[in-house]
Design a binder for this molecule. Structure first.
Ligand code: GDP
Ligand code: FO1
Length: 308
């Protein structure tokens, strides 16, 4: 029986999920992960957002960066550099082992969701992590004349470009991975994690069968705002919202999700937006949403689980 479905990006989602697994039995949680950020480098399939969640829930994430494996070394990358290859994507040696195994499984005919389930099992992750799709959906970022691959925008160019449009290549034809819409149909509660709405959650919503299942679900859809006091705590969410015509605020996040959302949890810093959001027909809970520690994440997860 599925209790909770969580739509998740990377670092913001993982911080929240680390709390959620302490509040809800992990066996009752299905996490639908973004794979629009996936990239192929050196012949390896890398799924950064799935890995951030796996490493976090397995207790091996580099907590300072929020991605990668704690205490990793970079010998392989250093050698790749010596051989003349590009090294802007900082792949650690331990991290590489995951990409090698994922790629091996994909070459042997496993789907991405099967490979993810295997990796979760190997790492001892108890919650069920399902990629949004087994089909290729790739987020491309348009910045004026430039059309950038997601990681080129995010890591190589350090999010310096002003985003004018975002496209999810392959989304029209993509089907949800097995188990995604079934979990949404069965869920008692659906949570949109405090992730980047446009770059992390919109790719998931770009798959029409997922969007339809969410709209049809009897379970309440609750979101946590990743924008606090008009700013993203990390990354470009505020800038991307502004350049795409959305107010970079908790109100803008609520407006972006619109009818999908029943209830949003916003930060105390954003109390001024409460009435405005309620006028959109969305319920609001105001609390401290900063997750500086596991205790903060557990507290926030409890509030999300108790919100009506
Ligand atoms: P990414 O894919 O690795 O960029 O990660 P996500 O899309 O999952 O999350 C990025 C968002 O997480 C950013 O917009 C941050 O503002 C948000 N975030 C990070 N830490 C926190 C936190 O402690 N509280 C809240 N409310 N949002 C957070
Ligand atoms: N993020 C960075 O900002 N710089 C990196 O060099 C980098 C390497 C990297 C390697 C493996 C991995 O799984 C994730 C990695 N990330 C890196 C994080 C990641 O690419 C982004 O946070 C997400 O794609 C945005 O969700």
């Amino acid at each position: 029986m599925v209790g909770v479905v969580a739509l998740a990006g990377g670092v913001g989602a993982a911080k929240f999920l680390r709390g959620l697994v302490e509040v809800v039995p992990p066996g009752k949680i299905v996490i639908v992960g973004n794979v629009g950020d996936d990239v192929e480098l050196y012949g390896l399939h890398i799924s950064p957002d799935l890995d951030i969640i796996m490493y976090t829930l397995a207790g091996i994430v580099d907590e300072v960066k929020g991605w990668g494996v704690a205490g990793d070394t970079f010998n392989c990358l250093e050698m790749l550099g010596r051989l003349g290859f590009e090294t802007w994507f900082k792949l650690g040696d331990r991290d590489l082992a995951i990409h090698v195994i994922r790629t091996k499984m994909l070459r042997e005919g496993y789907t991405l969701s099967q490979a993810t389930a295997q990796l979760c099992k190997m790492l001892g992750v108890k919650a069920k992590l399902i990629p949004m799709s087994d089909d290729d959906v790739r987020t491309k970022v348009q910045a004026g004349e430039l059309l950038l691959d997601f990681q080129e925008y995010f890591v190589k160019r350090g999010t310096m470009d002003k985003v004018t449009n975002v496209v999810f290549e392959g989304a029209e034809k993509a089907k949800p991975a097995p188990g995604v819409t079934e979990a949404i149909d069965e869920a008692e509660r659906i949570i949109i994690c405090p992730s980047n709405p446009i770059l992390s959650i919109a790719p998931i919503l770009s798959i029409s069968a997922i969007r339809k299942a969410l709209m049809a679900s009897k379970a309440p859809v609750l979101g946590v705002s990743p924008i606090v006091g008009g700013k993203a705590l990390k990354g470009p969410a505020d800038r991307v919202m502004a350049s795409m015509g959305f107010e970079p605020s908790a109100y803008g996040v609520a407006k972006f999700y619109g009818k999908l959302l029943k209830h949003i949890i916003i930060d105390e810093a954003d109390i001024a937006h409460k009435k405005r959001i309620e006028n959109l027909g969305i319920k609001v809970t105001v609390t401290n949403t900063l997750m500086k520690s596991i205790e903060d994440a557990v507290r926030l997860a409890k509030i999300v689980m108790e919100a009506e």
